[in-house]
Write a protein that binds this ligand. Sequence first.
Ligand code: ATP
Length: 244
Amino acid sequence: MIINLDEIDSTNEYLKRMSNDGYNSDEMLVVTAQYQTAGKGRRGRSWVTEPGTALMFSVLLKPRLKLDDCSMLTLVMALAVKRSLSDMDIEAMIKWPNDIVLNKKKICGILTEAIAETGQMIIGVGINTNQESMPEDLSLSATSILMETDDCIDHDSLLDNIIYHLEKLTQSVYDTGDLSLLRKEYEDSLVSMNTAVTVLDPAGEYDGICKGIDDRGQLIVEHEKKETRVYAGEVSVRGIYGYV
Ligand code: ATP
């Protein structure tokens, strides 16, 4: 089912309220909004777009995974978006764990939230589709598909295709309980694969070489001749010279 809204605080918050009010179905529920007054990123940061110019939606689902494993679905959604853009001949890359980049700038952010009480999960997505420019403070790290390709994106068909891929990809994760079948495809799309990255860990920043992901979606970084597993929770990863 898809609910289309004109304006909302945030599509994730809308679904959280639905879940708290008792909505609990095995089917995915999708909500889209033309405009979010309080769009969210990770760790309390904000997500900003002009009305109608971006595809913003959230999906409420009941993952057949342990709560601890649900963060893998962030990477699964990134693959669903990447595959859908690829179907339109737009070759974007993934910046682990939750961003899609085009020409090294961010065109999509993904915010996954688990609702422990109900075992449900919300995956929110914002894709910069048809903006003609970016706000000045984001212009070094962010762009839109229109700005990069001159293609104007039809939101309904892009969303349908993302949901199609998401359903297929989640099934593969439920079958194995991990990302083993998707790992290669994700690594082939990983913008920093085999390159130098800076891991912005609140416990201490360090540089290393990105070696891919493990079957649970943790980033593998070679640092001081040892392989470190980076868990997405509190950490951001940058290219050594900039955002990517
Ligand atoms: P990081 O690599 O820093 O961890 P992130 O992917 O976790 O990035 P999010 O929390 O998903 O970042 O997104 C919030 C950030 O995205 C904001 O701090 C802001 O810099 C940036 N941002 C906000 N709106 C947009 C937008 N429309 N397009 C691209 N980036 C945006």
